[in-house]
Each structure stands twice: as structure tokens, then as C-alpha cells.
Design a protein around this ligand. Structure first.
Ligand SMILES: [Fe+2]
Length: 508
């Protein structure tokens, strides 16, 4: 049988979920809502069964059963009597610091102030945090001219340009408010055995525009020949241990209102957090805080033809559904909702917290609205939540970063102490104060946006990307991205360990 366009689309969208049997024809699926159908099929096979063979009989059954995407959600949240969550007995202790969202007209002087603020604050972080590497430091690039060739110096600036010369060396132009300097990173020769020289050159290949960095090097004619590359970085530190036996759960990219929102799995989560499942019930009972890093809903008009992929095509109804769902979480758990690029706020970052018009019917004492980015102190744990929209540009710009390993790109941002260094692709407001600078060292750096779970640890900071609650979109298929829906990372703040609960499993 010749494979039809629809069947072939279905097959590519269901990679990793189901293998389409050859007895399925175009006529079986024509006229069907493909997005809804993919969601039905994805729900049909549990994680442990995937990828499963989808026969025509199974497909017809799934289609006849349908998926009640527009039915109101009904979760039986009466807590079983034998569920005695420890977290209920613990007094909530939290501090929220939303960043200021300043309005500017984007004039030349706004940009100048914005980048000067970025440079001066990150430069201070470099000098204060790594002064051992900054001996012989020169405060203004312009004064470089006064020094003789061969002199060893250290200098900091903002990257204006990076290029590879015809000899294969990397030349970086950095600038500050006084002038510009050309810094050369020499390509190691075949005989170079010096590991630090090789590392330095590889790291120079990761330099991106508009980031703040410092170099040590020797003056040589019009160049500084670099022998070290220094980022603001985070110092090695240790998160404070929380005395109480509590945990923090992380979520992002819930995308409520999308046909691909994994409602069945989310319902399982709601039942679980209310103690209705035996599976990992001890973990459920310790959760005191939930941080949700944006894309709370799917939004409206975020990308062309989005309406085809929406189960709820009214933004107010999307948020109503979102608050209805989160109101099923027990009240002793505090939920922090940040915004993301799909939410109904300005697209440029920093993004303000969700406006009151979207939650006026839901004044819930345990739900807190936060800007993107936003700083939280949960008991003693310092969490920096950021949606992660800039990760697209970071993956594009830094070799070694990819959509399959979000933690690698997140680590690069942490080292640079900036959440969106590359100006351009990810819109950022040119405010007087650059609020995308990471000005407080986080114990946990939490992001989403890539719809892929990822974990790392760096200098004592736990890096976590909490994935998504949306199955694979046509956009992700076109880009070859494979999401990891319904995997909930949970940080045990007492034992200082991370785990993840998988809601793709059928647990009883
Ligand atoms: Fe998203």
C-alpha cells in the first residue's frame, strides 16, 4: 500500500511512541484532527510499552473512544484518611523576589545604559570573585595603549565580535566605555601538548556576542594574546540543609489549552499529590513548594496556525482551566507561577508576572505569581527560576550545546552569570538595570522551554530543566526535538537529593 501523506505524518509524529502498522491507510485517518489523534494514541500506550505497534483495529478503537479534551476536569481530590503528608505540618517559609520590569523606548541611550550596567556589574563580579586571576588588571581598555609590548595584563569587556582568522586563530573584539581591544586566541599546533592551551582555544570557540568576560594575556602590537579566559562564574558553595523534611517540585511548560497537553498524566499527578496513589507516596507527602517556570498555558497566536492545535481557543478560559487545575493541589503546598513566551504578557524579557485579570476568580492564598526570571527563597533554598527562552540562541551560538541536553546550555549561562547574553534573537528590554544578570547565586537554577528534562550540578548549584506536560508538537517534529512530558523533578531539601517521578507510568 502506498504510504499516504497523513499516515506518514502520523508515523513521524509518533516516533518513540508507536510504529504504524502497514494496514493503516490514508482513508482511515482523513478528516481526523491529527493533533487530537496523536494525543489519544500517546495516552493509549504507557511509557513502558513504547514504542508499540499500532494496528488498524487499535487505531479505530482509539478514534471511536475519542478524548474528551473539552470536558471540565474532575479530579477526586478528597485526601485518603491514611495519607498524612509531613509537609502539611511544616510552616511555609518563602520569599519571592520578582525582578523589576522597566519600560523604555529603546533609544540609543537606553541601550548604552543597559549594556554599561551589564558590563560594570559583571566586571565587578569577575574582579571580586576571581581576583587571583586578575593581577595586573587594567580598568579601561583605552589605557592599554600606554603599555609596552610583552607586558602581561588582565582586561574585562563586553564581546563585540568573534571571528576566525585565515590562520585559524580566534580573534575577539571586546569593548568597554573607553574603547575596544582585539584579543587573539592562538590555534594550537599539531605538536601542542599543553592541555590548558588546547582548552583555552576550545573555550574561545564558545565565546558569544554581548557576553562579559575577562582575559589575561600579553600585549603584542595591536593585539592582546590571551593565555586565560575568565567568566564571572559562580563560586563553589554548598546549599544550606533544610531542617524540616520537605521537598520542592519543579514543573514548566504545562501548555494548558493545547490539544497536546497531557491531561491524563496531569490528573495522575493531581491524584498523586493528594495521596491517592501508593506509588512514591512518601515523595508526594514531603512536597511543600512547587515552582512552575512558565508556559503555564499554550496561549493564542503565539505562532502561525496555532488555533489548529488548541483545545481551548480563549486565553481567559485557558487560564481559568490552569487555575482550576492548580487549585486541586493541597493548600498547604505553595505554588509559584512564573511566565514564559506562551503566556499572556509582553514577549520581551524580563516578563512581568501574570496580570490580575487572568486570576481574579482565583484568589488562592497558596498560589503566588512571579516574574520571569524570578528569585525565590524556599525555606533556606535559593531558587532562580527562568523560563529559558534564550536557550534557543545559546544552543545556536555555543558549540556542544543541544536541545537534547538542556543542562549544558544552562550551565553556560550560569558561568556567564547572565540569563540571556546574546542580544537579538531573544528580545530583552533595554532597561537601565540589566535584570537578566544573575545577581544572586542560586542553589537551584530551574528552567524549561526546551520541553526536555535535564540535570547537572556545577560548583554546588543544581541545574534542573523540568521538561513539559505537552506531548510532541508538529514544530518539534520539524526540528527533530523529542520532548520528555510528565516527568516531575523533586528536590529533597533535607537530604539534598534530586529525584523524578514519572507520570507516564500506570500506577495504581
Ligand atoms: Fe513551552
Amino acid at each position: 500500500m502506498a504510504e499516504s501523506k497523513l499516515v506518514s505524518e502520523l508515523a513521524s509524529r509518533l516516533v518513540g511512541v508507536a510504529i504504524i502498522s502497514s494496514d493503516i491507510a490514508d482513508s482511515d485517518v482523513s478528516g481526523q484532527d491529527i493533533e487530537a489523534l496523536i494525543a489519544h494514541i500517546t495516552e493509549h500506550f504507557t511509557e513502558s510499552e513504547r514504542p508499540a505497534l499500532l494496528t488498524r483495529d487499535m487505531l479505530l478503537k482509539i478514534m471511536s473512544r475519542g478524548r474528551e479534551v473539552e470536558q471540565p476536569i474532575k479530579v477526586d481530590v478528597v485526601m485518603p484518611l491514611d495519607f498524612r503528608p509531613r509537609a502539611r505540618e511544616v510552616k511555609a517559609d518563602y520569599l519571592v523576589r520578582s525582578v523589576e520590569v522597566e519600560k523604555t523606548v529603546g533609544s540609543v541611550s537606553d541601550f548604552a545604559e543597559h549594556f554599561n550596567d551589564r558590563l560594570s556589574r559583571l566586571k565587578s563580579m569577575i574582579y571580586e570573585g576571581q581576583n587571583n586571576k586578575m593581577a595586573g588588571m587594567i580598568h579601561g581598555i583605552d589605557s592599554l595603549r600606554q603599555y609596552a609590548a610583552g607586558r602581561e595584563i588582565a582586561i574585562a569587556g563586553i564581546v563585540y565580535d568573534r571571528r576566525v582568522t585565515k590562520n585559524g586563530n580566534i580573534m575577539v573584539t571586546i569593548e568597554d566605555e573607553t574603547g575596544t581591544a582585539k584579543v587573539m586566541f592562538m590555534r594550537p599546533t599539531k605538536d601542542t601538548r599543553n592541555k590548558s592551551a588546547i582548552d583555552l582555544f576550545n573555550n574561545a570557540g564558545k565565546i558569544i556576542n554581548d557576553e562579559v568576560m575577562a582575559v589575561r594575556g600579553k600585549i603584542s602590537g595591536p593585539f592582546v594574546i590571551a593565555n586565560d579566559l575568565i567568566y564571572p562564574d559562580v563560586p563553589i558553595h554548598q546549599a544550606k540543609k533544610v531542617e524540616e523534611d520537605i521537598s520542592i517540585a519543579f514543573m514548566s511548560d504545562v501548555h494548558i489549552g493545547s490539544k497536546l497537553f497531557v491531561r491524563k498524566q496531569f490528573d495522575m499527578f493531581l491524584g498523586w499529590i493528594n495521596g491517592k496513589q501508593e506509588h512514591r507516596r512518601d515523595v508526594a507527602g514531603k512536597i511543600k513548594y512547587i515552582v512552575v517556570s512558565g508556559d503555564l498555558v499554550d496561549g493564542i497566536g503565539v505562532y502561525p496556525n496555532q488555533e489548529r492545535e488548541l483545545a481551548i481557543d480563549d486565553i481567559y478560559m485557558q487560564y481559568k482551566e490552569m487555575f482550576t487545575l492548580f487549585s486541586e493541589v493541597p493548600e498547604y503546598i505553595h505554588i509559584f507561577l512564573l511566565t514564559g513566551n506562551h503566556d499572556a504578557v509582553q514577549r520581551a524579557e524580563p516578563q512581568p508576572k501574570l496580570p490580575a485579570e487572568f486570576y481574579k476568580d482565583f484568589k488562592l492564598s497558596n498560589i503566588h505569581l512571579v516574574s520571569n526570571p524570578g528569585y525565590l527563597t524556599l525555606d533556606k533554598v535559593r531558587v532562580l527560576g527562568y523560563h529559558g527562552t534564550s536557550l534557543d540562541s545559546v544552543i545556536q551560538g555555543i558549540p556542544g550545546c543541544s536541545y537534547s541536553k538542556p543542562e549544558v546550555a544552562m550551565l553556560e549561562l550560569l558561568k556567564r552569570r547572565h540569563l540571556s547574553p546574546i542580544y537579538g534573537d531573544n528580545p530583552v528590554i533595554p532597561s537601565k538595570r540589566d535584570t537578566m544578570v544573575i545577581d544572586q547565586i542560586p542553589d537551584i537554577l530551574h528552567m524549561g522551554h526546551l520541553h526536555k528534562n535535564g540535570y547537572a550540578e556545577y560548583h554546588g548549584t543544581i541545574i534542573v530543566n523540568s521538561g513539559t506536560w505537552q506531548s510532541r508538537t508538529s514544530y518539534q517534529v520539524s526540528k527533530g526535538h523529542i520532548p520528555t512530558p510528565a516527568l516531575l523533578p523533586v528536590y529533597d531539601a533535607h537530604n539534598q537529593s534530586m529525584t523524578a517521578v514519572d507520570f507516564n507510568m500506570q500506577f495504581g
